[in-house]
Design a protein around this ligand. Sequence first.
Ligand SMILES: [Fe+2]
Ligand SMILES: [Fe+2]
Length: 291
Amino acid sequence: MSVPTPLAHRIRDHVDRLGAQHPPIDLATADFTVRDPSSVRARFGHVLSYMARVEIEVERNVLELATLLPAVSETDRRFYADVWAPQEERHGLLLDALGQELGMDPVRADTTEVPARVAVLGRLAHLPFVHEVVRLLYYLTGAATEKSAMLAYRAMSTGLEELGEKAIRRTVVDAIKVQEPGHYAFYKLSAEEMLASGAISGWQLHLARLLRSRRYGLVGARTAEQRRDFGGVVVELGLDADLERHVRDISRLESQLLWAREKGLPVPDYALAGFRDAARDYRRERDLRAA
Ligand SMILES: [Fe+2]
Ligand SMILES: [Fe+2]
């Protein structure tokens, strides 16, 4: 049985602060002045449309969470429904608007279709011991997702600086970038609180390890094509040059909480393989197209 900890109060306050300090970005504050649209599009078009889709699809993620966590706490519900989703959806709309300013097609996002796998897991999550495993995996997936977003926006911001595209860097990418670390902190604190409060037992942790290593998902990628497109984000942002370091950074929380006492893994092999295979498939496809 879990015991409320001081950390649980800190998380609740963190969610309050995020909501108060980071309202969804007002689209009217974006300055879409672009000096050289074709260069921005050539360098960031792929990344832009991938990120826009993933950010817009949080609308579906909220439906998935309502299914996956039937006994959700008020702090968790407030975070994902009242704070996180409204911010992320606005990120998606901003990126989509920028893409259209650059002459790209509007993003096609799936905001409604909850996968059958999620529905099955959601039914199992009515059992309290399964619910807590699913909740831990939600935090770990969330942390990896936010770290990936932080890396991507940092790389985009640096790239736009190099291109001299000050307006969109400041009012689009940096405006989004500043909202991601607070999301990461929520997941990190929440996962740490679960372990500190004794909400999860040794064998539940074992089940979490098993599920995570068998079903590791790349952010926003449900199909083979989307996985390859994710690889495109990695490649186009130049992250594959030092992939192991980036995946270590993205996976740090799960390395510490799931694996440290077990094997002392520096980088979970399933995560590294997921990123590496996606980048390889993208490069292969790109080379075929160029041939
Ligand atoms: Fe975001
Ligand atoms: Fe985020």
